[in-house]
Design a protein around this ligand. Structure first.
Ligand code: NGS
Length: 329
């Protein structure tokens, strides 16, 4: 009888142990399942911030000291974002209102007074004689960038990276076509863990990507990401292909593209005829097929230009540079 009881309690203990192991195993499986599909993170994240990937650019202590004031770092989800916006290019816009914005410093610089931005963002617009487009861009973008609580400066210039760094220690670079305006201010013009493509749903492409590898329009790269790919290529003359080359560089350096969803990433382009003196580059397809070989020697390390002029007004800094002529001319 005692032996039977002993056997039974042994069996009982073995079963309890087995059940405990099963429960442990099941919890581990459930935990990893939830993590894989990001369910744990989603449950803890407020709705608006789901769209905004956090950035790893600087480390973020809780508070910072600015002069004699102690300020908090700006939140990941800026409180004054409006979401979808009304953007219209059918009527001319006036810049007087923004010119009077006393929080904008000469050269189109701004930083929020209520908090400290994590990133210092140089917004770079390669620009050729598109005064009307620039006007719309400035009219719509300054208020958006300010609601996004960015510490930013606007540069109208070809060799933006180098020139912007001469005046401020920017750690994030947003490259934007002059004729593109986001129609949702939750599309934050800053840098992310991976290079960011921001103009993912352009009206002219039916609010979708024209092709998966498309990296044109508006994109952002942290200084670190930019240096990793040796910057942008310098040997593309005329229209097309340079954005595809940048895409290739990023993938060859093991990075992936981060993108907002198609609702938040909507943007409108100002319709216009193709620029004169900017014919399609006949060498672009052969160039993009050689990125792997060319990227090491063509980029920041081969950049050569001279600065002709710097002009600063309330809304932007314009730098004119001479980049020489294409080698075959
Ligand atoms: C591709 C170009 C890209 C350009 C994109 C969209 O074909 O540089 O079209 O152009 N690539 C090549 O030509 C190899 S767009 O419709 O915006 O003018 O960005």
């Amino acid at each position: 009888m005692a032996e039977l009881h002993g056997n039974f309690s042994l069996l009982h203990r073995a079963c309890t142990l087995l059940v405990a192991v099963c429960i442990l195993h099941l919890s581990v499986v459930i935990f990893f399942y939830l993590r894989t599909y990001n369910i744990v993170a989603r449950v803890q994240t407020p709705v608006a911030s789901q769209y905004i990937t956090t950035t790893s650019v600087p480390t973020t202590p809780e508070v910072a000291t600015e002069g004699n004031k102690t300020l908090q770092y700006c939140p990941n989800t800026p409180p004054k974002l409006e979401g979808p916006l009304y953007v219209d290019f059918s009527e001319p816009v006036k810049l007087e209102g923004i010119m009077k914005n006393t929080r904008l410093a000469l050269g189109g610089h701004f930083r929020p007074s209520e908090c400290v931005s994590e990133q210092k963002v140089a917004v770079i617009i390669p620009f050729r004689d598109r005064e009307q487009h620039l006007k719309y861009w400035l009219f719509y973008m300054h208020p958006i960038l300010q609601r996004q609580q960015l510490d930013y400066g606007v540069y109208i210039i070809e060799q933006g990276y180098m020139e912007a760094l001469k005046e401020y220690d920017y750690n994030c670079f947003v490259f934007s076509d002059v004729d593109l305006i986001p129609v949702d201010d939750r599309n934050i013009y800053k840098c992310y863990d991976q290079p960011r493509h921001l103009s993912v749903a352009m009206d002219k492409f039916g609010f979708r990507l024209p092709y998966n590898e498309y990296f044109g329009g508006v994109s952002s790269l942290s200084k670190e990401q930019y240096l990793k790919i040796n910057g942008f290529p310098n040997n593309y003359w005329g229209w097309g292909g340079e954005d595809d080359d940048v895409y290739n560089r990023l993938t060859f350096r093991g990075m992936s593209i981060s993108r907002p969803d198609h609702q938040i990433g909507r943007c409108k382009m100002i319709r216009h005829a193709r620029d004169k003196l900017n014919e399609p580059n006949p060498h672009r397809f052969s160039r993009i097929s050689q990125t792997k070989q060319t990227m090491e020697k063509d980029g920041i390390n081969s950049l050569s230009y001279s600065v002709m002029s710097w002009e600063k007004n309330r809304l932007y800094t314009k730098v004119v540079v001479d980049i020489g002529k294409p080698p075959h001319l």
